[in-house]
Design a protein around this ligand. Structure first.
Ligand code: ES4
Ligand code: ZN
Length: 326
């Protein structure tokens, strides 16, 4: 969105962010031009007209298609720099950024190109933008576990600066248990573990992500509200859920923001925080998510402070960094 909301007063951590989902239409056109790539859209408006999604898959189709403009390390670096600049304005002081290496490897872009392009900018993010950052390699759950294991081994072999692994892409029909060996290997390698679960998929996928994969944090998780016993467990264990309100509306996981379960999740005592997911696609950055929540749901000062504090405490930042931000 163009209008920037005033940043929330509290420092925020953004814990659910796909760097490829920060690729704005203007940058898509600029990179296409730089790389001599012909886009299937005549102009920005024609591209923007494609951003009417009916579900997760209809979004993923455009998200993967637009990645065609990312060819060089400089492209990945420019995209990352643009996100950090905008996130700083939104009040983000710590960000844990997912990258989808398989979405680039399948297009003939090397692991070195995508990882080094993003990581080279993250290395100086605290000095340049005041944002501490961690990189998370996310695996596409609609591909095989063998493919994921191969890519994880390659990341480990190149000593990629990743803090953890995630699981994303088409959820329904690709349950967490499909990736049991991948997450076991990541654990052996000392990596942190997160997974998307309960966005479009059922509450049982959240349980599987916890019990079979051993995830420490759940991306989305909103469908936990259909299972009171699961909610009780998530509250008792203070399992972080990285909720993305504007994403849920755009992908029709919820009908409209007024129907979003966030207030009920807060009231239930769940450890929730607010994130932007794919801000270039879903109508805004984390400040826009807060602004629209405020105007539609009227969050209390108490809830706003709690959401911000949860984002910091649920992060994988060092205890020293958390203490600075809390
Ligand atoms: C995603 Cl919103 C969402 N869900 C699953 N996978 C994704 N990859 C990028 N955005
Ligand atoms: Zn996501």
């Amino acid at each position: 969105s163009d209008a920037q909301a005033a940043p929330p007063v509290m420092p925020l951590a953004e814990l659910h962010l796909h760097i490829e989902g920060t690729l704005e239409p203007e940058l898509i056109f600029a990179l296409a031009e730089r790389n001599g790539i012909e886009l299937p859209y005549a102009d920005l408006d024609e591209l923007r007209a494609r951003y009417e999604f009916t579900d997760l898959q209809s979004f993923l189709d455009l998200y993967y298609a637009n990645m065609a403009v990312l060819r060089t390390e400089a492209d990945f670096a420019d995209m990352t720099r643009a996100y950090l600049r905008r996130a700083a304005a939104a009040g983000v002081r710590h960000a844990e950024i997912m990258l989808d290496p398989q979405a680039h490897l399948s297009r003939g872009v090397s692991l070195e190109t995508c990882v080094n392009g993003v990581a080279s900018v993250l290395a100086s993010s605290r000095d340049e933008f005041g944002i501490s950052t961690l990189l998370i390699a996310a695996f596409l759950r609609d591909l095989s576990e063998e493919s994921a294991l191969e890519v994880l081994e390659a990341l480990l072999a190149m000593n990629a600066p990743i803090a953890g692994i995630g699981l994303d892409s088409a959820e329904v029909g690709n349950p967490p248990a499909k990736f049991e060996r991948l997450f076991a290997r990541a654990g052996e390698a000392g990596l942190r573990k997160i997974a998307h679960a309960g966005e479009e998929g059922p509450p049982s996928y959240i349980i599987e992500a916890l019990d079979v994969l051993g995830v420490e944090r759940v991306d989305h998780g909103i469908r936990c509200m259909e299972d009171p016993e699961l909610v009780e467990r998530l509250v008792a264990d203070r399992v972080p859920l990285t909720v993305c309100p504007l994403s849920n509306v755009r992908l029709r996981a919820v009908d409209k923001l007024a129907d979003h379960p966030l207030p009920a999740m807060l009231a239930a005592g769940l450890n929730v925080c607010v994130n932007s997911d794919d801000p270039a696609y879903f109508g805004g950055y984390v400040d826009d998510n807060f602004a629209q929540l405020e105007s539609v749901l009227g969050l209390s000062e108490f809830d706003r402070v709690r959401l911000a504090a949860n984002s910091i405490s649920s992060s994988f930042a060092s205890d020293e960094r958390k203490a600075e931000l809390l």
